[in-house]
Design a binder for this molecule. Structure first.
Ligand SMILES: *[C@@H]1O[C@H](CO)[C@@H](O)[C@H](O)[C@H]1NC(C)=O
Ligand SMILES: *[C@@H]1O[C@H](CO)[C@@H](O)[C@H](O)[C@H]1NC(C)=O
Length: 421
């Protein structure tokens, strides 16, 4: 006999029936709760910018547009316009409010509405950053903005299928982890183009230099100087590891006086000269920190343009057809050229400096003018030369470790460790 034929269904069938009904009721309850949640979130504006429930209920109004010194910056899609700066004077973030991620390429790990120190009841949060001592409108401030930049360009500029390899970004996590509330931007093809167009279109030499760069490594070199001039912050190669928070880079007694931080990558000391390194002491450009608008970077860009013209004349080919050798890369866009320009700037600040050898053997950071020069371990620890700490320990003065993956530079040899003459 089938269960539903009789006047009374069997006990198992009754049970099954009631369980099914109860399950429907539970589904109904869950569904209702969802609708309620959605309505609540919507009322409080949580859907304004997508899923951001945790930081934005209730959400303060976005800050009004910056009274901008550079109108084009408003359209700068690659820029995470942070109005905060590391106040190197006090060691505190003066303000990191108002990070506005651009529509492309920009990824911010910073809390968009970081909790400011004082309670906000009496002070409208929207206006708070304006009272900061370091107004974003000032071009050269003794403050390095709380922005981290990395560059990853496709080898071929017109390669539309190109995607960044997540493996090449593994070291980036160290930068994010040690520098929470900084904005982070990975600049690629489109972002680079936009930065150059938005900030430098009035200078056709720069536009041309950027577009005519003979290879992607040199283009990345130029782009980092342009980024630091236009935006400031910290530029660092993707094969670098952060060892200390950026906030700790400037020693306490020098805070408020530093507009640029550079590190040494090579110091001849009492050793022999190396092939491809024409300075006694060479600065690295795998990591640089700067306040926006520092004159150093415009000088560097002028040097690049002059070097490309020199190379073009020497090899009798247009700039875009150059096949520069390793040293030619280093001496046009790379660390040899950067060292010339930084050292000239240092000489402007202290005319007693005659040669980079005057900086040899440094063991403590040294402030010259507004440029902080770090000793070898600052950005260059773990190398087999220059008295870099290389015994497996990480000294406290080591801020960044470079892994020397940049195999694309000019010749086959790599920079740094493998270049003994
Ligand atoms: C490096 O480049 C500069 C500018 O192009 C040039 O004047 C200088 O001779 C070069 N240095 C070497 C050692 O080739
Ligand atoms: C300038 O540089 C010289 C040579 O390195 C050094 O002896 C001197 O102390 C420096 N002057 C200042 C004011 O830092």
């Amino acid at each position: 006999m089938l269960p539903n034929e009789g006047p009374a269904p069997s006990l198992p069938a009754q049970l099954l029936h009631s369980i099914t009904r109860r399950r429907h009721r539970v589904y109904g309850l869950i569904g209702g709760a969802f609708v309620l949640l959605a309505v609540t979130v919507w009322v409080y504006g949580g859907f304004e910018t997508g899923i951001d429930f945790f930081t934005s209920v209730p959400r303060p109004a976005p800050p009004p547009p910056v009274p901008n010194h550079d109108a084009s910056a408003n359209h700068d899609a690659i820029t995470a316009t942070t109005h905060g700066a590391i106040d190197v004077m006090s060691g505190a973030h003066s303000s990191t409010a108002g990070a506005i991620p651009g529509p492309t390429q920009t990824e911010t790990h910073a809390n968009e509405h970081p909790v400011p120190d004082p309670p906000q009841e009496t002070n409208p949060p929207t206006d708070d950053w304006r009272h900061s001592n370091h107004s974003p409108a000032a071009s050269v401030t003794p403050g390095i903005p709380t922005k981290i930049w990395q560059i990853l360009l496709p080898k071929k500029p017109d390669d539309r299928k190109w995607r960044a390899d997540p493996k090449s970004l593994e070291d980036t996590a160290s930068w994010l982890a040690l520098n929470t509330d900084y904005t982070y931007t990975l600049v690629s093809q489109k972002g680079g183009e936009e930065l150059v167009r938005n900030h430098f279109s009035s200078d056709p030499r720069i536009m041309q230099a950027y577009h005519n760069m003979p290879n992607v490594g040199m283009k990345s070199d130029l782009l980092r100087y342009l980024l630091l001039e236009a935006e400031g912050g910290v530029y660092t190669d993707t094969d670098t590891i952060a060892l200390q928070p950026i906030d700790k880079w400037v020693p306490a007694d020098l805070r408020g006086k530093v507009a640029v931080v550079v590190g040494i990558e090579f110091d001849r000391l009492d050793g022999v000269a190396w092939a491809d390194i024409n300075h006694w002491v060479q600065f690295c450009q795998w990591t640089i920190a700067a306040a926006p608008g520092h004159p150093l970077f415009r000088k560097m860009v002028d040097r690049i343009i002059a070097s490309l013209d020199d190379l073009s004349a020497l090899h009798k080919v247009p700039i875009q057809d150059l096949k520069p050798k390793s040293f030619e890369v280093m001496n046009s866009t790379g660390p040899a050229a950067f060292t010339d320009v930084v050292f000239e700037q240092l000489q402007e600040y202290n005319s007693s400096l005659k040669d980079t050898q005057d900086l040899s053997g440094m063991t403590e950071p040294q402030l010259i003018g507004d440029i902080l020069v770090l000793p070898i371990d600052g950005f260059g620890m773990g190398q087999q030369h220059s008295h870099s700490t290389n015994d497996g320990t990480i000294p406290e003065s080591a801020l960044v470790k470079h892994r020397f993956n940049g195999g694309w530079r000019g010749g086959k040899r790599r920079r740094g460790e493998k270049w003994r003459a």
